[in-house]
Design a protein around this ligand. Structure first.
Ligand code: ADP
Length: 274
C-alpha cells in the first residue's frame, strides 16, 4: 500500500489521476487509523473505572459484617462512578462539537456572562485550594457563536488553570477586543501560575486523551478530552486557541473568537435595534 503511494508520487506526468486516487486512499487510511486509536483509547479509559467498580463491589459483599469497611468501599465506588460519568459526559460533549454545526443556532453571546459562568463552575475547587480568581475587560464585549459550546470551551480552560496550579496562586481571565482584517476579534486569555507545560508537550495537549501526567490528571477528575473539545469549538467558530507557557511558572491559554456584530449577525442586530 505505502509502496504504491510512493511509486505513484514519483510517477511521471500523466498519472495525476492515479496520484490523486492514491492520496485519497492514504488519507482514508489515516482517518481509519485515527478512529481505531480513538476506540482503543476510549475502551482503555472505560476499563479502568469499570474494573475498579467490579472489584470494589466484591469487596463490599465480602465485608458485609464490617460496616466501616463497607462505608470505605462505597466511598471509593462513588469516586469511580463519578470518574465514569465525567468520561461519558466529555465523550458526549466531544461528539456533539465534532458533529453539530455550532453556527446553526449562533447568537451574540456576552463575554462577561461566559466568564462569570466559567468562574462559577470552578468556584468550589478554587476555594478549597485558596486560589484567587480575577477577571477584567469583559464588560460590553460580545462574541458570535453557540452559547453552550463557548461556555464549555472557556469553562474547560479555567478548570484546567485551577487544576494544574498549586494552592494560594492566582488565576486571571482577561478579555479585550483586537482589530483584525476580517473583522474585530475578541480575545479571552486565561492565565495561571501553575506547573506549566514543556514545549514538547505543548504540541500535543490538544490531542484527544493526551495528558502530560495521566495520574495527576485522573486525580483531579481529568479525562484528557477537555482541550480537544476547546480546539474543536474554536475551530468551528472560525477562531483559534494558542498557548504560552513557562515550566514551573505558569501558562496562558488564549481564545480568539469573532466579535458579534461585525457583519456576522446583521439580521439579529437589526432585530435588537428595532
Ligand atoms: P485533562 O482532563 O487531563 O485536564 P485536557 O485535554 O484539558 O485534559 O488537558 C490535557 C493535558 O494538558 C492535561 O492533562 C495537562 O497535562 C495539560 N494541561 C492543560 N491545561 C494546563 C494548565 N493550565 N497548566 C498545566 N498543564 C495543563
Amino acid at each position: 500500500g505505502d509502496a504504491l503511494a510512493v511509486s505513484a508520487r514519483v510517477a511521471p506526468l500523466g498519472s495525476r489521476l492515479v496520484l490523486l486516487l492514491v492520496e485519497d486512499l492514504t488519507e482514508a487510511r489515516r482517518i481509519e487509523a485515527v478512529r481505531r486509536d480513538f476506540v482503543a483509547n476510549v475502551s482503555h479509559e472505560l476499563k479502568t473505572p469499570v474494573g475498579a467498580l467490579s472489584l470494589l463491589s466484591e469487596a463490599v459483599m465480602d465485608a458485609a459484617d464490617d460496616p466501616e469497611a463497607v462505608n470505605r468501599f462505597a466511598g471509593r465506588m462513588q469516586i469511580e462512578a463519578t470518574r465514569l460519568t465525567n468520561l461519558v459526559q466529555e465523550l458526549i460533549d466531544l461528539s456533539r462539537v465534532q458533529n453539530d454545526d455550532p453556527l446553526e443556532d449562533a447568537e451574540p453571546v456576552r463575554v462577561d456572562e461566559l466568564v462569570a459562568e466559567a468562574v462559577d463552575r470552578c468556584r468550589h475547587q478554587a476555594g478549597t485550594k485558596q486560589i484567587t480568581m480575577a477577571s477584567g475587560g469583559a464588560a460590553g464585549l460580545t462574541v458570535w457563536g453557540n452559547r453552550s459550546q463557548l461556555a464549555a470551551a472557556l469553562g474547560n480552560l479555567v478548570e484546567n488553570a485551577v487544576n494544574y496550579s498549586p494552592a494560594r496562586t492566582r488565576v486571571g481571565i482577561a478579555a479585550r477586543r483586537v482589530a483584525a482584517p476580517g473583522g474585530d476579534l475578541i480575545e479571552i486569555a486565561v492565565t495561571d501560575q501553575g506547573i506549566g507545560i514543556s514545549e514538547k508537550d505543548r504540541e500535543r495537549i490538544f490531542e484527544r486523551f493526551y495528558r502530560v501526567d495521566p495520574a495527576r490528571s485522573r486525580a483531579t477528575g481529568g479525562t484528557g478530552l477537555g482541550l480537544s473539545i476547546v480546539k474543536h469549538v474554536v475551530a468551528s467558530h472560525g477562531g483559534e486557541v494558542t498557548v504560552w507557557s513557562a515550566e514551573g511558572q505558569g501558562s496562558t491559554f488564549t481564545l480568539r473568537l469573532p466579535e458579534a456584530g461585525a457583519g456576522r449577525d446583521r439580521r439579529r442586530d437589526g432585530d435588537r435595534l428595532a
